[in-house]
Design a protein around this ligand. Sequence first.
Ligand SMILES: *Cc1c(COP(=O)(O)O)cnc(C)c1O
Length: 462
Amino acid sequence: MPEEAFPLLPPYRIKVVEPIPFLTAGQRREAYAAAGYNPFNLRADQITVDLLSDSGTGATSSAQEAAAARGDESYAGARSWFPFRDEVRDLTGYPHVLPVHQGRAAERIVFSTILRPGQICLSNTHFDTTHANVELAGAEARDLPTPRALDLDSDDPFKGDVDLDALERTLAGPDGERVGLVLMTITNNGLGAQPVSMANLTAASELCRRYRVPFWLDAARFAENAWLVREREPGYADLSPREIATRAFQLADGCVISLKKDGLAPVGGVIGVRDPDIFATCEANLIATEGFSTYGGLAGHDLERLAVGLREVVDEDYLRSRAASTARLARLINEAGVDTVQPAGIHALYLNAGRLLPHLDPGRFPGHALASQLYLTGGIRCAELGSLYLGELNDDHQLVRPAPFELVRLAIPRRVYTEAHLEYVARTLGEIAKQPDQVPGYRITAAPRVLRHFKVRLEPAV
Ligand SMILES: *Cc1c(COP(=O)(O)O)cnc(C)c1O
């Protein structure tokens, strides 16, 4: 079996390609200065390897494009709706399915249905838009990650878990009455792409049942979580990734999913739910704000791509090769002298910029400094997850409360880059790691009040 002996081998070959630009160092310096030293302001045609996000950036397959050609764009009851609905029902076991254009629309609709102002939503870690949508519903988003996640270097297999003791304490304590929802993010995107174990999901689900609190999944990476469960959790090696994912959905009352990740398509999302009353309220909201309930803001061709993508993403050979590829990149980066959050997840690697650049204090944004250097040295785009994104600033844009860690996220698009592209990333990091003290820090020149990282402008601080 070649795939067993050589886990890196992808179960596909390339049929359609897209050129990527190679800029000179001078062109990159100019482009980055014009972008206000913020990678979100760069144009895609100024980037050689784009690791900003794994969302909507994957390659589709010939089977998906063949299905898309059959897309039915009827306003109601489109032919394309039914294979999508059936695939989601079959995968999740939830009888009620609503399509949405992307994950945050699912969040908005579900939270405004389930949560009341003043309530609390508990999570292993809320993703940023999830956090925002909980608060837009008037509720408080509270993260209860396992303390094991705080050790970035340990090889604990399930650092994405929720802290079960803290969860039970909260449910049983004075705030317990106000808990309106427990939402588990699989995998834990806000916290190092770490997976959640089935044991943790099962225990959290039982606690929620005992305290009569709805238990939902934010399942953008349900297939990647299932793969890591299969690899790391005793008792799952003989189940298929799809069977494991279905078991996870079965533990919950419903799910919100951004299908821009494990849906293997550029756009899409879905709500799955057991309760017919919650479904009916969500459906009314969907029709008023997103589109009729058989398309939800998606085109028929999107629904077709997604129905096929949801099958392809649980293919063992695909998941094995993707996991092996990310793990190999982590190894190459570590060998080049840069530490990453351990153990490697699947959709992203997190570089420990604080450790690589000790000459920069958090107020000079070492994560942003490393992300910037990756662009300036190699045309590689990625984003920091440190004090620029998560720290607290005063009105003069000075950092007053740093983030706990200064990290940089390298998100890996699905089926897009070859091992040569990833080796290039590791090699560029190796170049930077030879003279880390040459990497300049940054200061903010202009920052918006909300969602700062998208629009902030900076300059090198020399
Ligand atoms: C991407 C993501 C979302 C939001 O989905 P969009 O499709 O970007 O709106 C929510 N939760 C998690 C865990 C995500 O990764």
